[in-house]
Design a protein around this ligand. Structure first.
Ligand SMILES: *Cc1c(COP(=O)(O)O)cnc(C)c1O
Length: 367
């Protein structure tokens, strides 16, 4: 029977569709969405102004090479704009990378609790996702290297990782790179790089600058608060940029996204405020959750992985239901093989306090 209708390529129907974080809580007047790691401070007001100015030019195609945006990124990070490609969010670029470097039968590696977009993009390109075990919810370089075969074409690693919030120090990333054959592309997804305040962390710029098989991926969706506009970019070698420019959508960055991105990246004050706000509340929420007897995986990003007991009445699923009734929407992470945990984005002060108060009540520790 199925032969009588169009068939997607092998692998496509093996993909479990990506389910975004919930944004509603039925019957609740005020919803605090802490399920998608969005910025509680929102974007720079300058980005909003720049976005608005484009409203009078909606009939015009955007610049297909996103030249001004790449130049602004290049200035901000000290990079050669010719080695940058922008796209409609990291998701667009992850698919672009998979399409450019994977063929049927190839393998690409990600870690057990790695970002779900990787297996989706790998399967979508007809290749096979290979899972490397983690240690303490952290990527394990030896486990990744042990999974490399002659068929391996890409290693995807989010650093820091979502949904665990953990990271690999630069020494470990360098050790991973040194252990990979030169034909394997190492994708360093640094979506949360700006939040990290650790001396031993490096997003990947140095490694990209000095090797032909490393790509660093960044986004405007997190610290820059522009998730609605879909804007991401990567920095890679000339040969990678040349190949992927040939197959990307010719207008894969919209004019409003580009304008807002340029303004956002020029507003250092807003960036610093957002980083400081996150550092303060990440620490506060971690401390409060720990005081409630919950285990929190130490996070360097803008979200926390909270582990719940398996005791009936105290489980992650029950906590999620309890919080949702109060309009506090966290992320269930069972699809990430973490059925007993919830991921909470660092929210506004009000939202953070409400979550702690609600969990006190849920765990029977309210005064
Ligand atoms: C949120 C996130 C991104 C960003 O995705 P966009 O498509 O740019 O919004 C990329 N990688 C990871 C690991 C993320 O958590």
């Amino acid at each position: 029977m199925t032969a009588n209708r169009p068939q997607p390529r092998p692998g496509v129907l093996d993909i479990a569709p990506y389910v975004p974080g919930k944004s509603t809580a039925p019957g609740v007047a005020k919803v605090y969405k802490l399920s998608s790691n969005e910025s509680p401070l929102g974007p720079s007001p300058k980005a909003v102004d720049a976005y608005r100015t484009i409203a009078t030019h909606l009939q015009d195609y955007p610049d297909g090479s996103a030249t001004e945006l790449r130049e602004a990124i290049g200035r901000a990070y000290g990079l050669d704009p010719a080695r940058i490609i922008c796209g409609a969010g990291s998701d667009d670029l992850i698919n672009l990378i998979a399409r450019g470097y994977l063929k049927d039968g190839d393998e690409a590696i990600h870690t057990t609790h790695g970002f779900l977009m990787y297996p989706i993009a790998i399967l979508g390109a007809g290749a096979k996702p290979v899972v490397a075990a983690e240690k303490n919810y952290t990527a394990d370089v030896d486990a990744i290297l042990a999974k490399v075969t002659p068929k391996t074409k890409i290693v995807f690693i989010a650093n820091p990782n979502n949904p665990t919030g953990t990271y690999l120090p630069f020494d470990e990333i360098k050790r991973l790179h040194a252990g990979l054959p030169p034909h394997v592309l190492l994708v360093l997804d640094a979506a949360y790089a700006e939040y990290v305040r650790r001396n031993d962390y490096e997003a990947g710029i140095e490694l990209v600058a000095t090797s032909e098989n490393v790509l660093m991926l960044r986004t405007f969706s997190k610290i820059y608060g522009l998730a609605a506009l879909r804007l991401g970019w990567f920095y890679a070698s000339e040969s990678i940029v040349d190949a992927l420019n040939r197959i990307r959508g010719p207008f894969n960055v919209s004019a409003p996204a580009s304008a807002a991105g340029i303004a956002a990246i020029g507003d250092n004050g807003h960036l610093e405020t957002s980083v400081a706000f996150n550092a303060q509340w990440l620490e506060w929420v971690t401390k409060e959750l720990t005081a409630l007897g919950l285990t929190v995986t130490p996070s360097v990003a803008n979200f926390l992985l909270i582990h719940f007991p398996e005791t009936p009445g105290k489980t992650a699923a029950e906590a999620d239901a309890f919080l949702t009734k109060r309009g506090l929407v966290l992320r269930r992470v069972a699809a990430y093989h973490l059925p007993h945990a919830l991921r909470m984005s660092v929210g506004s002060e009000e939202a953070n306090r409400l979550v702690i108060d609600a969990l006190k009540e849920f765990l029977g520790k309210a005064p």
